[in-house]
Design a protein around this ligand. Structure first.
Ligand code: GLN
Length: 241
């Protein structure tokens, strides 16, 4: 079995160690004997938008987001929407998450249109949300750290990924963190997220593998190190809310 992983705009949207999410996805596949290949998809003509089974879209500064937003306003955004309609999964963090929504309105400059895959809308606020982020979710607690000025609000088609316990999450008002819609997940969890929340990585693998291989079960891995890292991070988040 093989897995096609696309890393979106790795040159422009890759802050706070978000590349670790691509490493976690590819390693958790390889540890199960699945051949994982990672390809970059950045600004300009994409060779094959139908190749990926799963896309990763990381965080970025406002400056990078307007370049990426302009690129996604054309054929590449249409290709990404078509890919999701065809069964691909997406995992996105912060700036990438914001651009999967309807629009991101930065503090300075014009609104940046989003791809419209997630029913969310984001506007920059005056104060940056920076710090540990802990949220309850149906599958367990989510741990990471956040650094964003954007306030994201969910529309009716998106469900919150979690409920904030420590930190601000989507907007610092409604206690929601992240969004999930079909096989697409957005969140504000830098850190990087997937190594410390391994079941999300495995859910993404199952969704991605199903695109070309049908219903696949993934064997459990020895996650002692991952769980130790997350307990340590949860302890810090609880001690320093
Ligand atoms: N520039 C966006 C914001 O500040 C996203 C930041 C990020 O990706 N960390 O909200």
């Amino acid at each position: 079995m093989d897995l096609h992983i696309a890393h979106l705009y790795p040159d422009l949207m890759n802050i706070y160690g978000d590349r670790g999410n691509v490493i976690a996805l590819s390693q958790r596949a390889r540890w199960r004997g699945i051949e994982a290949e990672v390809r970059p998809y950045s600004v300009g003509q994409w060779a094959d938008p139908d190749w990926p089974d799963v896309w990763f879209f990381g965080g970025g500064q406002d400056q990078g987001q307007d370049i990426v937003g302009a690129d996604l306003a054309g054929k590449n955004g249409a290709g990404l929407r078509r890919s999701v309609e065809g069964g691909a999964a997406i995992f996105s963090v912060c700036g990438g998450y914001q651009l999967l929504g309807h629009e991101y309105v930065p503090e300075v400059g014009p609104a940046i249109p989003g791809v419209g895959i997630l029913d969310v809308t984001t506007r920059a606020g005056k104060k940056r949300f920076v710090g540990n982020l802990l949220a309850d979710s149906t599958d367990g607690q989510l741990i990471g750290f956040e650094n964003h000025s954007g306030r994201t609000f969910l529309g009716t088609s998106a469900k919150a990924l979690g409920t904030v316990v420590v930190g601000n999450g989507n907007n610092g008002e409604d206690k929601t963190e992240g969004a999930i819609q079909g096989k697409v997940i957005g969140c504000y969890l830098h850190g990087s997220c997937l190594p410390k929340n391994p079941w999300i990585a495995d859910q993404l693998l199952i969704w991605a593998l199903a695109r070309r291989h049908g219903d696949v079960k993934v064997d459990p891995l020895d996650d002692r190190d991952e769980l130790a890292a997350r307990e340590q991070a949860i302890g810090v988040a609880r001690a320093r809310p």
